[in-house]
Design a protein around this ligand. Structure first.
Ligand SMILES: [Zn+2]
Length: 477
């Protein structure tokens, strides 16, 4: 589409990972629980009850707002957003409207091609979730477990220019939410929900055309596909001389089709007013400072520091900062090692990451601690063990939690550099394999690798492969 550019804004709902709901002591996360088991008179809207604000919700939302570079408001208000829906037993949702928790903010999103897109935030507020409805065998079933689960709603300006950019925004947002520890940010479990506003315009102009809204897309891949499909539909519409109408669309993941849902409500339909049962939310300087004391170095800052401080390639820095506990692990290991950080990075990225991915255990919970990893690298550096032994040690330490040096001692893994011992093993291997020896001598020198492998196997990986090869060459000459 050379003549058009896409204009995309994303509306996200982020489920905060507090233990209890926003206004009552019910358990917040009901993912594994049967319907209507985590409910009480407050979250089911029975008469005569009063909401009590959960402090942890405010703290997590403030951390997120600060990480988004938003301005935290000293006073904000809760409002009632009135609408009628079966899964909203109160007949209104407690949200924030014109005086929200924070204003402004942005997220810088590095794109795979190297440029960075700054995505501004136009809205960031706290609210409660509604329940869930589902249709089953012609009946409508309602689950109130989700009523009162704490959310942050965050809306971006129309700053994104392609489906890929929208996907990258969500990837970086998810990384940030997990990094801060404010949300599990699992889209499949609806901890992170996304609606996309999409319009197109001729390239080079700065006005906005009518947009459509794509609802309820539940994976990053699906967001990308749905937006791309919608951009292409709008281009076809405009090329055919038709108008794009402000529809609300629903993505059907199985068929890859967008379906029209309904015309969109306007804000006035919600008849907002301040929630009379809750006090204004006051965040004093002391409380704010206390919360922000827990704000960690953010992923993109840390990525930059890894490049500058440790002279790492951007590729390494990006992977090592993909997750906070991995980046903490790396820093701890580099400090314990004292040598070239790139060497630690190689061990982490090639071997330790594989263990993490296979086991699902986060870096910070590995039995193979940074200190143990460094001990193994140092033994390889010193020539006490060879690289292969070092790599197999990683798994042994992880399985047993034992000290690497202890395992080397107990299992006799120290490298055999005694050439007489190696020579004896080489001679044994050649004697046991007369046919390959004859083939080798007839000119098939590529068999050398196989011979080396046999000797390594017999020496249980302890022999130095360079020495083995030299001796074999000598014996076969
Ligand atoms: Zn409740």
């Amino acid at each position: 589409m050379p003549d058009y550019e896409a204009v995309i804004g994303l509306e996200t709902h982020i489920q905060l990972n507090t233990l209890t709901k926003i206004f009552c002591p019910c358990k917040a996360d009901s993912w594994n629980d049967p319907p209507n088991t985590n409910i009480c008179p407050v979250c089911t809207g029975l008469p005569g009850v009063l909401p009590v604000l959960n402090k942890a919700v405010v703290e997590k939302a403030v951390l997120l707002a600060a990480a988004m570079h938003a301005e935290i408001q000293p006073v904000s208000y809760f409002d009632r957003k009135n609408y009628f829906y079966p899964d909203l037993p109160k007949g209104y949702q407690i949200s924030q409207y014109d005086q929200p928790l924070a204003r402004g903010g942005y997220l810088d999103v590095p794109m795979p091609d190297g440029y960075t897109r700054r995505v501004n935030i136009t809205k960031l507020h706290i609210e409660e979730d509604a329940g869930k409805t589902k249709n089953e065998n012609g009946r409508r079933l309602i689950d109130f477990n989700r009523c009162g689960v704490p959310l942050v709603e965050m809306v971006t300006a129309p700053d994104l220019r392609s489906a890929d950019e929208a996907a990258q925004y969500l990837i970086r947002l998810r990384q940030l939410l997990r990094w801060l520890g404010v949300s599990e940010a699992d889209m499949e479990k609806a901890h992170l929900r996304c609606d996309a506003n999409v319009s197109i315009r001729p390239r080079g102009v700065d006005y906005l055309n009518p947009k459509t809204e794509i609802k309820n897309v539940n994976s990053i891949v699906a967001v990308r596909q749905a937006i791309q499909t919608e951009i292409e539909r709008q281009v076809r519409q405009v090329e055919a001389g038709k108008r794009v109408e402000a529809w609300t669309l629903e993505w059907d993941e199985d068929t890859g089709v967008l379906r029209k849902m309904r015309s969109k409500e306007t804000e006035a339909d919600y008849r907002y007013f301040h929630e009379p049962d809750l006090l204004p939310l006051v965040i004093g300087e002391d409380w704010k400072a206390e919360i922000l004391a827990n704000l960690p170095e953010l992923p993109l800052e840390r990525r930059k520091h890894f490049v500058q401080r440790y002279n790492l390639p951007e590729y390494d820095a990006d992977i090592l900062t993909s997750e906070r506990s991995l980046s903490d692990y790396f820093e701890a290991a580099v400090q314990a090692y004292g040598g070239d950080p790139k060497r630690v990075s190689n061990w982490l990225m090639n071997d330790v990451l594989r263990m993490i991915n296979e086991s699902g255990v986060p870096a910070g919970s590995l039995k193979l601690s940074p200190a143990y990893l460094v001990e193994i690298i140092k033994m390889v550096d010193a020539g006490t063990i060879n690289t292969n032994t070092g790599k197999s040690l990683l798994d042994k330490v992880e399985k047993t939690g034992r000290h690497p040096a202890e395992i080397v001692q107990a299992d006799g893994l120290a490298r055999v550099s005694d050439t007489d011992a190696i020579r004896a093993v080489c001679a044994e291997v050649l004697a046991e394999n007369p046919e390959p020896v004859a083939t080798y001598k007839a000119g098939k020198v590529t068999l050398m690798g196989w011979f080396v492998g046999q000797v390594m196997k017999k020496s249980r990986g302890k022999a130095d492969p360079q020495v083995v090869k030299a001796i074999l060459e000598e014996l076969l000459a």
